[in-house]
Write a protein that binds this ligand. Structure first.
Ligand SMILES: Nc1nc2c(ncn2[C@@H]2O[C@H](COP(=O)(O)OP(=O)(O)OP(=O)(O)O)[C@@H](O)[C@H]2O)c(=O)[nH]1
Ligand SMILES: [Mg+2]
Length: 602
């Protein structure tokens, strides 16, 4: 199935044509029927002579309801522009055509209707005017059909024309990234919440898990319906009604303008960087409050122009919607009630400052993303680039192969970014080694915060760096000897020693050989006192306790120290001899009194 939206000035006969073609009156509401005026979108289906199924989205022509018109054309790629022969080209004929162009619609059929109301000369004049209006537009080559909905004149030509246009227009794109902009949401009796819209970008199937933005609720597609029959799979381009099931998917939580996307595939965003396309002689003010139309939604938005030439802008929306590069927005001035222009999304989640953004926005998509973000998580590439998984994988391959990006852990990084980070890290680490030669290196988290990068990225960046080594949370120069204390054997010995600090086991009984003990002594993790190996922390603790006792009592015996440490003479004697050497204690007969270093740091 394909979907076609109507367009054209109020009262020009759009709904009448849809009714004549489908047998369904798209004006659903009593007020619409009463006033003979379309207020909100209407929907109808038919089968064309070729067998092609087509769904119509019938839009209102009145300028007051342009918001609803925009909601209807946001996801279609073919239009039927309707102009009444008796009135000719009117303001919303023009505005609708411009909107269609801004949205990137390239295909359509033009119907010159109400032909029964004019004579042949007037009809001919109307045709000429139409040609003039259309020639430089996207509908310059579109077939023009003369018709009227009263006598049925030309209706077969309209059907044939639609067939031709749909056959020439490219199939709706399928990137395996379905998105449905909700144009209606209602509670169906016994079925929960139903949303309708024109599916684009990929297929959806029953049981798919979807997110319903902006509130990013999770839901399951319970059923899909189109033209009153059930589908298991809906292809892009189809008008569908989705029955959604899930916690929090009550009717009130879903509105027109929401996006339904496959879970995890899209960037829900309320800030986008765009390329600006002012309409005619319009210009965008440097700072402007505008109405922004994205998909089927209308959003109060603030536009900030990013460059002197007015080519780029940053748009802040009132809420988060699923957007990707290539999406087109329409910007209207709520005060002037006028379409100022359009915008193409270039970056759906800009991370840098607005005033720095313009240069990278001028680049083609792949380079733009890297230039704008420096680091791109592999699984974010699809949402950021607006690509399905397979295409995103191919893009990341191509970026790496061309040298535009380097794979670092789970990220793609611009080579100059990586090089700069490594250089800055090396500088900091060497400075640290010079300052603190006994320390194993710089703490990774500290280094990361100094370099303003997150620790995971830094770790990944340094993993394959030949100059630096990350070990036990420290970054050190690769040319410095690795710390023995990091080994499992060393850890086992230290654990055993620390468990019984003042009556430590023989290192051999903890599985440590003499070489390991020597290395640990060199690193300062253990001390060897007359052949007995203690953890350095044990000696520190003994020092502390003996000092404290000397302060209290002025003198201590070997037996006192033995009790102080809960140990035996065998271990206490070597400790006291060490304290004598350090000048903390001094022998006097059988006692120990404070040595010259007793009060230092005590
Ligand atoms: N004589 C004649 N009248 C027509 C024709 N098509 C529509 N009309 C009448 O024109 C009026 C407007 O027709 P609609 O189809 O409602 O026009 P519309 O473009 O849908 O109007 P909006 O949705 O409000 O923009 C109605 O009174 C129709 O009966 C036609 O081909 N010939
Ligand atoms: Mg109508």
């Amino acid at each position: 199935m394909r979907t076609v939206a109507t367009a054209g000035h109020v009262d020009h006969g759009k709904s009448s044509l849809v009714l004549a073609l489908t047998g369904t009156d798209p004006d659903r509401f009593p007020e619409e029927k009463q006033r003979g005026l379309t207020i909100d979108l209407g929907f109808a289906f038919t089968k064309l002579p070729s067998g092609q199924e087509v769904g119509f989205v019938d839009v209102p022509g009145h300028v007051r309801f342009i918001k609803n018109m925009l909601a209807g054309v946001g996801a279609v790629d073919v239009v039927m522009l309707v102009v009444a022969a008796n009135e000719g080209w009117m303001p919303q004929s023009e505005e609708h055509l411009r909107i269609i162009e801004l949205l990137g619609v390239r295909h359509g059929l033009v119907c010159l209707t109400k032909a029964d109301l004019v004579d042949e000369d007037t009809l001919e004049l109307a045709r000429l005017e139409l040609d003039e209006r259309l020639v430089a537009s996207v509908l310059g080559d579109a077939p023009v059909v003369v018709c009227d909905a009263v006598s049925g004149r030309g209706l077969d030509d309209v059907r044939a024309g639609l067939d031709t246009v749909l056959a020439t227009a490219p199939e709706p794109v399928d990137r395996d990234r379905p998105r449905l902009w909700v144009d209606r949401a209602f509670a169906a009796k016994g079925a929960g919440t139903v949303v309708t819209g024109t599916l684009a970008g990929g297929s959806l199937r029953v049981d798919d898990e979807v997110e319903v933005g902006p509130r990013a609720r999770w839901a399951r597609v319970r059923a899909i319906e189109t033209a009153h029959h059930q589908l298991d799979v809906a292809a892009p381009g189809t008008r569908v009604a989705l029955n959604l099931a899930g916690p929090g998917i009550e009717r009130s939580a879903v509105r027109r303008g929401d996006g339904v996307v496959r879970a995890g595939q899209w960037q829900l965003t309320d800030v986008v960087d765009v390329g600006l396309e002012p309409l005619g002689n319009n210009t965008f003010r440097a700072h402007a409050s505008l109405q922004c139309y994205a998909g089927s939604g209308e959003h109060p938005a603030v536009l900030r122009v990013l460059d002197a030439a007015g080519r780029f802008g940053r748009v802040r929306l009132d809420e988060r919607v699923p957007l990707a590069p290539g999406d087109r927005l329409v910007l209207r001035d709520p005060g002037e009630r006028d379409t100022v222009g359009g915008a193409e999304v270039l970056d759906a989640a800009p991370s840098g400052r607005a005033r720095d953004a313009a240069p990278s926005l001028a680049l083609p998509l792949e380079r733009r993303l890297l230039a704008g973000h420096r680091w791109l998580a592999g699984d974010a590439l699809g949402p950021r680039a607006g690509l399905g998984a397979a295409q995103a994988a191919a893009l990341s391959e191509a970026l790496v192969r061309s040298g535009a990006a380097v794979r670092v852990g789970a990220w793609l990084v611009a080579p100059d970014t990586l090089a700069a980070l490594r250089t800055a890290s090396a500088d900091q680490v060497r400075a640290h080694h010079a300052r603190a030669p006994l320390e194993p290196g710089v703490d990774l988290a500290t280094l990361a915060s100094e370099l303003r990068v997150d620790a995971d990225r830094l770790r990944a960046a340094l993993e394959e760096d030949s100059e630096l080594v990350v070990e036990r949370g420290y970054v050190r120069d690769a040319t410095r000897r690795s710390s023995v204390g990091a080994s499992a054997e060393a850890r086992a010995l230290l654990d055993a020693l620390e468990k019984a600090p003042f009556s430590p086991p023989e290192p051999a009984s903890a599985g440590a050989d003499a070489a390991l003990v020597r290395s640990l002594v060199r690193e300062g993790a253990v001390v060897d006192l007359d052949g007995i190996v203690f953890a350095s922390s044990a000696l520190d603790e003994a020092r502390r306790r003996v000092r404290a006792a000397l302060r209290d009592r002025g003198t201590v015996t070997v037996a006192d120290v033995r009790d102080l440490l809960g140990s035996t003479r065998k271990y206490v004697l070597p400790i006291l001899k060490q304290l004598d050497r350090e000048g903390i204690t001094r022998r006097r007969g059988d006692d120990r009194i404070p040595g010259p270093a007793a009060q230092r740091d005590g």
